[in-house]
Design a protein around this ligand. Structure first.
Ligand SMILES: *Cc1c(COP(=O)(O)O)cnc(C)c1O
Length: 374
């Protein structure tokens, strides 16, 4: 018999989603605008305290529009987290900017503020910073904010993985000039696909809505003075988001509980360390991750293979951007003499199944499968 599949992080639906989607069908608002889109934006504004929000087709689209609003020109240097998913930095290339990658730090696995300082020494004319909160752990966002302010450079916070995580009581995504969230299928809440751009600058968000709907001028005939995009969220999808948002805090508690269980279960194995949390933050623990000391003789691939044999999904740590073939020509700023922090995390780490529908039996199977390797 095929073993039951245990997922890394799959959608968890509750029922309210269907009600909002049905409303969209009943009223025939099956369109890239409508009451669910407006309400979802309002509800996200209230939940995060972000100021203003524009619902979009993807988190990647939100990063792209943030760069557009900042006015990135061909050749402009944009600093980006190095240890992250490629969506963080791909939009820099959509605008023909020049990405420069900043190494991670051991403390939070996020952008190292000291490496960011070093990058500004080398590139004093840099035009923007994109900082991700990896796996839901807040970066040292106060320090990064202060560095950006000192250099008068706007900060884009990639909070795609950290919706509901806080830093000193304030939501991640609300520290930057722009913040972005993702509602992709495996994120802490999902709309199947979608994203949001947020900012305290209401005019900028209004402009983002304009750009995301093909940049139509205020005229009866179809007139355009700028290049636009088809990036708006649909009213059907926004209905799923409204239903999911009602359960975000519950999802966060369950993700935190998963992390706590793993930490406790592996506490007696010195070779294993869980991904670090920021003591100034409250992480959503979107994905629980571990590193395995190389001296143990156990590699992340061995652990992932053992899990796969039990039909359990896991995933490598994001491969650092400066090691990606597509970014081979991009500059990389690190404080390390040899290699980089991100590379070391990538080589010894992997992501554990963090699905909130895992049963106690599932958790026991995952934990025992890994423990048996040691
Ligand atoms: C998922 C993700 C994104 C992209 O969001 P999409 O909605 O999939 O476009 C951006 N950055 C990070 C770090 C992500 O994990």
């Amino acid at each position: 018999m095929q073993k039951k599949k245990i997922f890394l992080s799959s959608p968890t639906m509750h029922g309210e989603e269907r009600k909002f989607v049905e409303e969209a069908f009943d009223t025939n608002w099956v369109a890239p605008l409508g009451p669910n889109v407006n309400a979802f934006e309002k509800e996200m504004e209230e939940y995060t305290g972000c100021g203003y929000a524009a619902a979009l087709s993807a988190g990647t689209a939100a990063i792209h529009l943030a760069l557009r609003l900042i006015g990135i020109q061909p050749g402009d240097v944009v600093f980006s987290s190095d240890l992250t998913f490629s969506a963080t930095c791909n939009p820099i290339c959509y605008e023909k900017g020049t990405p420069v990658f900043i190494d991670a730090e051991e403390d939070t696995w996020n952008m190292d503020p000291k490496a960011l300082e070093k990058a500004f020494e080398k590139y004093p004319g840099a035009k923007a910073v994109i900082c991700a909160h990896l796996y839901g752990t807040p970066a040292k966002i106060d320090e990064i904010r202060a560095i950006c302010d000192a250099h008068h450079v706007p900060l884009i916070e990639d909070a795609a993985e950290s919706l509901s995580s806080t830093f000193r009581g304030k939501m991640t995504g609300t520290f930057g000039d722009y913040g972005i969230f993702s509602f992709n299928g495996n994120k802490i809440i999902t709309t199947s696909g979608g994203g949001m751009l947020v900012s305290r600058d209401g005019e900028a968000i209004e402009k983002a809505r304009f750009l995301s709907t093909q940049a139509r001028d205020k005229a009866r005939h179809y007139q355009h003075s700028q290049i636009g995009f088809n990036y708006r969220m649909s009213n059907v999808v926004a209905g799923i988001g409204r239903g999911q948002l009602l359960h975000l805090e519950e999802h966060k508690k369950k993700k935190q509980e998963i992390y706590r269980q793993y930490k406790e279960a592996f506490a007696d194995i010195p070779a294993i360390a869980m991904n670090p949390l920021n003591p100034d933050g409250d992480a959503n623990n979107w994905l629980s991750c571990m590193t395995i000391a190389p001296e143990s003789g156990v590699t992340p691939n061995m652990a992932m293979d053992a899990l796969e044999a039990e039909n359990i999904e896991s995933r490598p740590i994001w491969k650092p951007m400066h090691l990606q073939p597509v970014f081979a020509d991009a500059d990389f700023i690190t404080l390390q003499e040899n290699g980089s922090v991100g590379e070391r995390i990538f080589e010894k780490g992997f992501c554990l199944p963090s699905d909130i529908k895992n049963t106690p039996e599932d958790m026991e199977l995952i934990i025992n499968t890994i423990r048996n390797l040691f």
